[in-house]
Ligand binder design. Structure first.
Ligand SMILES: Nc1ccn([C@H]2C[C@H](O)[C@@H](COP(=O)(O)O)O2)c(=O)n1
Ligand code: ZN
Length: 182
């Protein structure tokens, strides 16, 4: 599955409000909101082949960190060319960036929403950071040793890893006025 395709297919279905006083129906549920934040963050990635996004959420349902895959600060995309075969040596993964970007002291007990299954290096960082639950959209290389290793480590460390099942497969974002007809 291609994250770009996924983004393109997203369209959030709203339902009409039966009365002025009634609570709006069809509102975005928390889990879809968090994963959509990860999907949106992925759109910031300059990797031409694969854009990954991650969103960390605390137990109060507050977003405390967001990240996407990118070259380290100071390592320009022109010098550290994305077309090089060994780009993996340089790129910072979305999960690691989300943890490093945290706006709280620590992310102990938090959930991680990420568009791809975490690799072994990110699994180590996730475990050490105290994140407890991971929701991912898809595992591109389940048979690769790095992903088998990450699964083993996460399981041993008691981090739950769940494939994300959205309530809404599609969310449409319109950045131009009028917004939401109000
Ligand atoms: N969980 C993941 C998986 C991959 N990435 C990034 C790293 C690269 O920029 C890109 C492609 O990875 P590959 O398919 O070559 O392993 O995706 C990430 O940030 N998080
Ligand atoms: Zn990784």
């Amino acid at each position: 599955m291609d994250i770009n395709n996924l983004t393109a297919k997203m369209s959030f279905e709203d339902s009409p409000n039966p009365s002025k006083s009634a609570k709006r129906v069809g509102y975005l549920k928390w889990e879809d909101y968090f994963m959509a934040t990860a999907v949106l963050a992925a759109q910031r990635s300059k990797d031409p082949n694969c854009q990954v996004g991650a969103c960390i959420v605390n137990t109060d349902k507050r977003i405390v960190g967001v990240g996407y895959n990118g070259m380290p600060n100071g390592c320009s995309d022109e010098v550290f060319d994305w077309t090089q075969t060994n780009k993996q040596l340089y790129v910072c993964h979305a999960e690691m960036n989300a943890i490093l970007n945290k706006n709280v002291i620590d992310v102990k007990g938090c959930d991680l929403y990420v568009t791809r299954y975490p690799c072994n290096e990110c699994a180590k960082v996730i475990i050490q950071s105290g994140i407890k639950n991971i929701y991912y959209i898809y595992n591109k290389h389940p048979d690769k040793p790095i992903y088998i290793a990450s699964g083993k480590m996460l399981e041993a460390a008691g981090v739950s890893v769940m494939k994300f099942v959205p309530e809404n497969n599609e969310i449409l974002l319109n950045l131009s006025p009028p917004q939401m007809h109000c």
